[in-house]
Every structure is written in structure tokens, then in C-alpha cells.
Design a binder for this molecule. Structure first.
Ligand SMILES: [Zn+2]
Ligand SMILES: [Zn+2]
Length: 326
């Protein structure tokens, strides 16, 4: 059985509000896809199932990342727009970025998921830290102009004792400054583990941030499997229930990408320590179900597991096996 026929074996749960994408993709596209694979022997069919890749270093430039991911067998990837721990980053070479865009189109890659710096805090209590975060965000918006159609994902922030309401207000206000109708890419809020005073540890908080932004059509969400598990969403025993809650609170149409990670810790631990696929508390079965879930098809899945290149290649192969299973 072709992997995209999974809709047959796993019908959407009751109370589901299917997006047009789901309806179309799970009824009609799999048939075309299967037909194309049989008749034309295309490697992935006409329509990919999910896109899979991992986090890559930008050290050797843009095109080099695309070539590396081709070698890894993936069809999406993530990269830091700048030094993840802060500091200056080198300028992006427009010709190099254009060469990457050509590779992505030629090879049928899914959207890339660029990642903002960990030190950027759009709701910091310290005025200098907040100003620094706003400057980093502004600079990232300029950098992302070289990656039209891709995603820019960032950690919403930590309110550091100001309270979640104040934090949410500050994040929305910051986004409101930068999200304009002509932005050529989409900004993604990452679901967080709720460690310390992190904002984004619940779907309701993400909804509140989105509601405070005028041009929220430029805003989406990246769901991190380790983070939501650590935040207390039981994706092991009730993935359908978690996604239904996401749909009711945020809306599945906002869900643009997935960070596919296992967790070193238990449900609701609020720790945020990633683990290799199948070696943590979420486990291979639950991650496999996420990869194959109807509501998550067509999205880029990015591995942020503690791996070297060989480990990432193994996990990309593993995820592709999950996708291909009957
Ligand atoms: Zn992240
Ligand atoms: Zn994390």
C-alpha cells in the first residue's frame, strides 16, 4: 500500500474540522500519486507525503546546505539565520541564495524552516535585552528577504517575571512592527516546553500572540514534538486529541512545520531536552504516528535531535521507512 493511502486506515477523529488541504490531499491526491508511481516509476510520486530534513550549518553558505541535504536524502532543512547564541553574522550573498532557490525548485524541496537566535527575546524585561532582540529580529527580516516563500521560525520569548499577559503583549507588539502585507515569507511561532517563564507553552498563548498582530496572515506555528510533550500535551496516547485542540485553539491552517524530536523527559516536565528518535520518552511508535498523521501531511519535518551527520542520515532513512510502510 502506498503511504499516502493512510487516510483509509486512520480516519480523522470526530470533532475534526478538516482544512481544504486535508480533504483534497487525502481523498484525491493519493490516487494520482499512486498512479504516477506505478505508471511512471517516479521516486516519490507526484506529491510528497511529508518533507524531511534536519538542521544544517550555514558556515559554507546557502547552496552548500542544499547540496548537503540532497546528499542526506532529505527534501527540507533548517538553519540559523545568525549565530544561535547571539553576535554578528556574515552577510548573505544574493547570488548564493539565488543558487539555493534554484536547487530547491529543481529538486522539489519543501519549504525551509530558518531558525532565529536563542538569545533573541521579544518580551525581555531588561530594556537593553529587548532592544537587542528587536534589532536581531529586524535584521533577520532583511536576511529572510533572500529566501522568498520559506519560513522563519523563532522562540516567542521569556517574560522573565513580568507575567505571561505582559509577555504576550510585548511579542505581539514587536511582530506588529515587522509583519507587513508585502513580507515575502511566513513567520512561525514555535510551540515551547514552558520552561521557566517561556511564552508559547500552551496553544492558547500562541493564539493570544496571533490575535494581537494586525497582519496575522503572515504568522504561522511550528509544532515541536519534544516541546509539546514536555509542555504536557500527550502526543503518545492522544495525538488526535492534541491536534484537535490545536485546531480549535489556533487552527490547523496555521500549522506550517514540525520539529521532529524525541524527549529525554516525561510528559509535562517543562524541560526541553531533545533526544534521538525512538530513544526518549515519546518513543518511535508515537513519532511514527505523527509522521503518518493525516493532518500533518504536506508539512516540512525538521530533525533537531542530538546527532552528527551520520546520525541524521540514519533518522532521515528511518522516517522515510515510516512513510513507506503499508
Ligand atoms: Zn527552536
Ligand atoms: Zn527544544
Amino acid at each position: 500500500m502506498h503511504p499516502t493511502q493512510r487516510g483509509v486506515e486512520m480516519p480523522p477523529p470526530t470533532g475534526w474540522y478538516p482544512e481544504p488541504r486535508d480533504k483534497f490531499q487525502f481523498a484525491f491526491l493519493p490516487m494520482i500519486d499512486c498512479f504516477a508511481r506505478i505508471c511512471y516509476n517516479t521516486p516519490k510520486g507526484v506529491f510528497t507525503v511529508i518533507y524531511i530534513g534536519c538542521h544544517l550549518s550555514v558556515t559554507n553558505g546557502c547552496l552548500a546546505m542544499g547540496e548537503t541535504m540532497l546528499g542526506f536524502g532529505g527534501d527540507t532543512f533548517a538553519f540559523f539565520t545568525r549565530n544561535p547564541r547571539g553576535g554578528k553574522s556574515r552577510e548573505i550573498d544574493p547570488a548564493d541564495a539565488a543558487a539555493l532557490s534554484a536547487l530547491l525548485a529543481r529538486e522539489g524541496f519543501g519549504p525551509l524552516v530558518a531558525h532565529g537566535s536563542y538569545t533573541m527575546n521579544l518580551c525581555a524585561a531588561n530594556p537593553a535585552t529587548l532592544q537587542n532582540g528587536l534589532e536581531m529580529f529586524a535584521d533577520d527580516m532583511k536576511r529572510m528577504a533572500y529566501f522568498p516563500g520559506q519560513y522563519y521560525n523563532f522562540h516567542p520569548g521569556a517574560h522573565v517575571g513580568q507575567g505571561a499577559e505582559k509577555g504576550i503583549e510585548l511579542i505581539s507588539a514587536a511582530l506588529d512592527r515587522f509583519l507587513t502585507p508585502d513580507l515575502p515569507f511566513t513567520v512561525l511561532l514555535e510551540t515551547m516546553a514552558g520552561k521557566g517563564s517561556e511564552v508559547g507553552g500552551s496553544f492558547a498563548q500562541l493564539r493570544q500572540v496571533i490575535d494581537g498582530v494586525a497582519h496575522s496572515e503572515k504568522l504561522g506555528v511550528c509544532l515541536d514534538t519534544c516541546h509539546v510533550w514536555d509542555a504536557g500535551y500527550d502526543i503518545v496516547n492522544d495525538l488526535d486529541g492534541v491536534l484537535t485542540e490545536f485546531d480549535k485553539t489556533v487552527g490547523l491552517s496555521r500549522l506550517k512545520a514540525v520539529h521532529l524530536n524525541d524527549s529525554k523527559n516525561d510528559l509535562g516536565s517543562h524541560k526541553d531536552r531533545h533526544e534521538k528518535l525512538g530513544q526518549g520518552r515519546i518513543g518511535a511508535d508515537a513519532l511514527r504516528r505523527a509522521v503518518r498523521h493525516p493532518a500533518l501531511q504536506g508539512l516540512p519535518f525538521v530533525l533537531e535531535t542530538p546527532n552528527d551527520d551520520a546520525g541524521y542520515i540514519e533518522e532521515i532513512v528511518l522516517v522515510k521507512e515510516w512513510m513507506a510502510e503499508a
